[in-house]
Design a protein around this ligand. Structure first.
Ligand code: DOR
Ligand code: ZN
Length: 352
């Protein structure tokens, strides 16, 4: 049987939620990832040092391996002593003063900017991109070496929102050349083309945007569990993403944007945006990279590039995957994953 080993996989864009959802799903990421960049779009969002440290403590408690219920892991592989999991914390963007940023810099890995109202729990985001108003915050971030992660969508026509946002990326990258800017979950050829225009622009890509187009979401019967923001785009967009991911472009990292919602919030007349991929992301990536004969580049895409871009030193973890059929569970404690009930080509064999 063909095997592939990944070292210290990192998920550089993850929604861990809070409360019972956090308790139910955090271990699924902690099982196979060394760490993850944790999104701050809670209700209310994470905006103060107290909120941030308290949230980090709740995450650490939720992933405390001693609290693990081993039965939960039967379906995803044998549970073993598989090392730690680092939650790399983020703050929700608003204009912050430099004193505050200097004080919190040690505790955070990035600040996440959402345009107001563009996606789940983003109402408190940025209303208009007035760079002069934002300048003190962004300059302080650049000086303190705090990267800016951006949900790059305008409020235009849904298929054009990301492409329309390229002007804002351009302005941000030009005006703040020392600021590291990460274009989160890119979905378009336009974003791929933007990546190399500025040395301070980077990007994350999800596994679902590498696998699907809008046809998979809405071309036949509507698939609520494949509905997310940004929405999946055209085949030529997906192919542009594949090209840079499979070749592990050094400015690109894996970020799942795994975004769990309870089943009733997805299978509803107002379906929440978000695809739950955390427990199957590495398996799907192995299958995809193997299919394209690019398995040797997966390590850079799922860990090495992120380590260099963010200067991270994750704890040792080794994930051994095998090329064998794996039936994706129908749900994980009421949260339906991508490809629920379907059989995929790779499985996690062991984690050390
Ligand atoms: O589909 C999405 N779900 N996109 C986002 O940007 C947010 C996320 C969520 O928090 O549910
Ligand atoms: Zn997200």
């Amino acid at each position: 049987m063909k095997h592939h080993t990944l070292l210290m996989p990192l998920d550089m864009h993850l929604h861990l939620r809070d409360g019972i959802m956090l308790e139910n799903i955090a271990l699924l990421s902690a099982y196979s990832f060394s760490g993850a960049l944790v999104m701050p779009n809670l209700v209310p969002p994470v905006r103060s040092k107290e909120e941030l440290l308290a949230y980090k403590a709740r995450i650490s408690q939720a992933v405390g391996m001693e609290a693990a219920d081993e039965d939960e892991f039967e379906e995803i592989g044998e549970f073993s002593d598989n090392g730690g999991f680092e939650p790399y914390m983020t703050l929700f963007y608003q204009n912050y003063d430099k004193v505050f940023l200097a004080e919190i810099a040690e505790e955070i890995t990035a600040i996440k900017l959402y345009p107001a109202g563009i996606t789940t729990n983003s109402e408190g985001g940025v209303k208009n991109f007035d760079l002069n108003e934002m300048r003190p915050t962004l300059e302080a971030m650049a000086e303190l070496n705090i990267p800016l992660c951006v949900h790059g969508e305008t409020d235009g026509f849904v298929m054009d929102r990301e492409a329309e946002f390229m002007n804002i990326y351009d302005a941000l990258a030009t005006n703040f050349p020392k600021l590291k800017i990460i274009m989160e979950h890119i979905t378009t050829k336009a974003a791929v083309e933007m990546l190399d225009k500025h040395p301070n622009l980077f990007a994350t890509i999800t596994v679902h945007h590498l696998l699907m187009t809008l046809d998979d979401v809405a071309g036949g019967m509507l698939k609520p569990h494949l509905f997310c923001k940004p929405i999946a785009k055209r085949p030529q967009d997906r192919d542009a993403l594949l090209q840079i991911a499979l070749n592990a472009h050094p400015k690109v990292m894996f970020g799942s944007d795994s975004a769990p919602h309870p089943r009733d919030k997805k299978e509803s007349c107002g379906c929440a945006a978000g695809i739950f991929t955390a427990p199957i992301a590495l398996q799907l990536l192995c299958e995809l990279f193997d299919k394209h004969g690019k398995l040797e580049n997966l390590q850079a895409f799922v860990s090495d590039n992120a380590q260099s871009i963010y200067s991270l030193c994750p704890e040792f973890k080794e994930v051994i995957l095998a090329k064998r059929p794996f039936k994706v569970p129908e749900d994980y404690k009421g949260v339906v994953p991508m490809y629920a009930g379907e059989t995929i080509g790779w499985a996690i064999e062991d984690v050390n």
